[in-house]
Design a protein around this ligand. Structure first.
Ligand code: ZN
Length: 807
């Protein structure tokens, strides 16, 4: 899965049934679907063996009978389970049941578009139990044989190709081929009217399916999918396991995408590219498609034993996704994006006390749903990248191939992968990996020079400013007078002898998962030949040191000055991100610096014509429009000719218009007229930038009218954090609508992500009130996000206070 970055699990479910007691061979499921009535009747035959009474996960289903090997059996149904009084059992259990199809985002649900809908499913992590009673545990793999009865005018899509279609009582009966052995969370069913485009490579049909009129925007995704499959078949040395793969555009979807085997689902903005798509959308689509297809092997063919190893699935697919996109589009330089989107966003979260180890301790579905986060994806992927660099990419690939071969159609844990990597590389991988995976947090290496010797010291880095002793085995790269030196820092301190140091920097190209604090060495560092990634890393760490109280605002701003003429995307983007963030909490103290930077950078970009610069121009313009009234007016005037504005600038033009002309109606009208989700999201984001509270309230209220897709509501709410004038209105709205938000995001991890990003900014100036609110209103399905959000709020507020105290 790829979680949506702008980013509830149900409180009722307590945990999976004991999967060790039951061994399932096959689920033979017949679903009679009443599309118009949004309900279904199920007849399920499970071939299984159980050591005791059969215990199945089942949520929201009404079971009417259970028959074991032809004999009616008594059963007990609770909120989250079905226990059949079978005693030790071997054979076929037949269960008849029925269920409703809600307006939710988890399990089997209704996904509306225009004035109709499709029925779709999303089962990761523990939501297959909402469609069929099953052992909903990744280790309990089984074959699925699915048949559905649907209205004649509808289509159905599942993991495997259709085996037969016949008519029965005026309805259509669609039977799908048997699946390979797989985990329950990978099962898929979609029902509705779909358009398709397809291509065949080798023996695989690659198909984009979407609601009518949409699939044609899937050409770009189809092309990326084709190239990705070719890449993986060769990289993994194992062919794709199914005769077809669908990429399905789902009109309402909580994540970005989900890797159901052979039937990958996407949010429409993560699948479709049209002439109005921005470069970042195009990059996002390529990245998402390649990530999900990596899972078809790594995750689907070989699956983690339990969700504590979710990171193994996600980190690996993340790393591979970048590898593939870099191969297809080398000019995009996506390893830069890897640093921003994976390594750095993970480090930011990992600098909090409330972070967790990569290998997470998860028990309940609520716990699981909340670990689809930056640590699981970004930190894990960064550590794997570090290990790949350490053992060499050929050995790394051989290790992965041997791992897939050994555990195909089965399950494995992290240790199994380290063993394969160690065997194939002849290097000891397990010990290093264990240290990085089992410990929360990451190190900061302090570097100083004393009497001709370079002193390196490590400790855990915390944004709180606390110092904590901890030791990681860090593969250090050290550039001294232009010469690269490598060493493994696996103790607290290390001394490196070096004569006559004229230039020095650490963590070359920012490939290591650690920060560097140079003490009194600034001039030596800037004397070095620094790559764009190096310059990026220096300012990235500086922001963290400012928040942690290791650097003053004055020193930080002095450093930022060095970037005023920065020509490379990566460092310039980081400075822009930081100034936009600081503006959201410090406003007047930062506005002049930010305006100067963004104005001069916009001028620098004028002559550049590549896609990255075009995207950057849009980002810079949007930020300048927030803080420069004249510029907002000039930019916003283009809104009257919005259709002809280039794609990368559209978002900025809408923001300029909202800031300078403040017409809610005009933007809402354009929103209603647009048929593209990408366009709609741009306009929603602009509605979060109004200066007037009345207009902001009007915008947020739109979320409750049903006019905005549920998946996009949180994008709009999250966007209010970049607008200091929105803080009061947005916080009041969130409090008032919390019961609504909990209902909308029930069963997904989205509310946790939302609160983690909103609370630290919207809470500025009212820390006590926010803390009290969450004490009085317990939200267990978002507790991780709330905890992290409150911790960050404390840190940001401390910076705000220290600056208003004049420090
Ligand atoms: Zn994934």
């Amino acid at each position: 899965m790829i979680a949506e970055r702008s980013g509830h699990a149900s409180a009722g479910i307590r945990g999976a049934v004991d999967s060790r007691a039951t061994d399932v061979e096959q689920y033979d499921l017949f679903l009679d679907v009443f599309f118009g009535e949004l309900r279904f009747d199920g007849k399920l035959v499970i071939t299984l063996e159980s050591k005791d009474d059969i215990a199945l996960d089942s949520q929201g289903l009404r079971v009417s009978s259970a028959v074991g090997n032809g004999r009616a059996l008594r059963f007990n149904q609770r909120d989250d389970s079905l226990v059949v009084e079978s005693g030790p059992f071997k054979g076929k259990l037949e269960v008849q049941y029925s269920g409703a199809i809600p307006d939710s985002l988890a399990g089997i649900y209704k996904a509306p578009y225009d004035s109709t809908y499709i029925i779709t499913t999303d089962f990761e992590a523990a939501n297959a139990r909402r469609m069929l009673p099953c052992v909903d545990h990744p280790q309990c793999k089984a074959e699925f044989k699915l048949t559905v009865r649907i209205d004649k005018n509808l289509d159905a899509i599942s993991n495997t190709p259709i085996e037969s279609v016949k008519t029965e009582d005026g309805k259509k009966v669609v039977s799908f081929q048997r699946t390979p052995r797989m985990s329950t969370y990978l099962l898929y069913l979609g029902i509705g009217r779909f358009d398709e485009i397809k291509q065949r490579i080798d023996n695989i049909d690659v198909i984009v399916a979407g609601t009518p009129g949409k699939a044609r925007n899937g050409e770009f995704a189809l092309e990326v999918a084709k190239k990705s499959l070719e890449f993986y078949e060769s990289y993994f040395g194992t062919p794709f396991m199914l005769p077809k793969v669908h990429l399905i555009g789902v009109p309402e979807f909580s994540a970005s995408a989900m890797e159901n085997w052979g039937a990958v689902t996407f949010r429409e903005t993560s699948l479709y590219v049209d002439e109005n798509s921005s470069f970042s959308t195009k990059k996002g689509v390529a990245g998402t498609v390649s990530h999900e297809l990596a899972h078809q092997w790594f995750g689907n063919l070989v699956t983690m034993k339990w969700w504590n190893d979710l990171w193994l699935n996600e980190s690996y697919a993340t790393l591979m996704g970048y590898k593939v996109v870099d191969t297809i589009f080398p000019e995009w330089n996506v390893w830069q994006d890897f640093l921003i989107d994976e390594t750095s966003s993970a480090m930011n979260m990992d600098s909090l006390r409330s972070t967790h180890a990569i290998e997470a301790d998860v028990k309940s579905p609520d716990d699981i749903q909340q670990i689809f986060d930056a640590i699981t994806y970004g930190k894990g992927a960064s550590i794997l990248r570090m290990i790949e660099a350490y053992i060499g990419s050929d050995e790394f690939r051989k290790g992965v191939q041997s791992f897939l071969e050994r555990y195909r159609f089965s399950n494995a844990s992290g240790v199994d992968l380290w063993n394969s990597l160690s065997e194939c590389s002849g290097r000891e991988v397990a010990k290093t990996m264990t240290e990085w995976i089992s410990k929360p947090g990451h190190p900061v290496v302090t570097a100083m020079i004393d009497q001709g010797r370079i002193m390196l010291r490590q400790e855990r880095f915390l944004l709180s400013g606390e110092h904590e002793k901890a030791i990681w085995p860090i593969p250090i790269t050290l550039s001294i007078n232009g010469q690269l030196k490598r060493l493994l820092l696996d103790k607290e301190e290390e001394i490196v002898n070096a004569e006559n140091v004229k230039s020095l920097h650490l963590n070359a190209d920012r490939t290591g998962f650690y920060r560097v604090h140079y003490q009194g060495l600034d001039e030596l560092v800037w004397e070095s030949k620094l790559s764009a990634s190096d310059r990026y890393g220096i300012v990235f760490d500086a922001m963290a040191f400012l928040l942690a109280g290791r650097t003053s605002l004055t020193d930080y701003l002095m450093l930022v000055k060095r970037y005023s003429n920065e020509q490379d995307y990566l460092p310039a983007r980081e400075v822009s991100d930081q100034l936009a963030f600081l503006y959201s909490i410090l406003e007047s103290r930062i506005i002049d610096v930010s305006r100067d930077f963004h104005r001069s950078h916009l001028a620098l970009l004028e002559s550049k014509v590549d896609e990255t610069s075009s995207m950057m121009r849009g980002i810079i313009a949007a930020r300048l429009a927030m803080i420069d009234d004249d510029y907002a007016a000039e930019l916003g005037s283009r809104f009257s000719d919005y259709e002809n504005v280039e794609a990368d600038m559209k978002g900025a033009v809408a923001i300029g218009y909202a800031r300078a002309y403040g017409s809610f109606e005009a933007i809402a009208k354009k929103y209603r007229e647009s048929t593209s989700d990408e366009e709609k999201v741009r306009l929603l984001v602009s509605m979060a930038t109004f200066e007037e509270p009345r207009l902001l309230s009007q915008s947020l209220e739109l979320a409750r009218t049903g006019e905005i897709k549920r998946q996009d509501q949180m994008t709009m709410i999250a966007a209010t954090t970049r607008n200091p004038s929105a803080r009061d209105t947005a916080w009041a709205w969130i409090k008032l609508n919390m019961p609504y938000l909990r209902e909308v995001y029930e069963g997904t991890g989205e509310l946790s992500l939302l609160l983690q990003s909103c609370v630290p900014i919207l809470g500025i100036g009212r820390v006590k009130e926010v803390e009290r609110y969450f004490e009085e209103n317990k939200i267990p399905e978002a507790q991780n996000g709330i905890k992290a959000g409150l911790e960050k709020l404390g840190i940001y507020q401390r910076l705000v206070d220290s600056i208003s105290d004049g420090k």
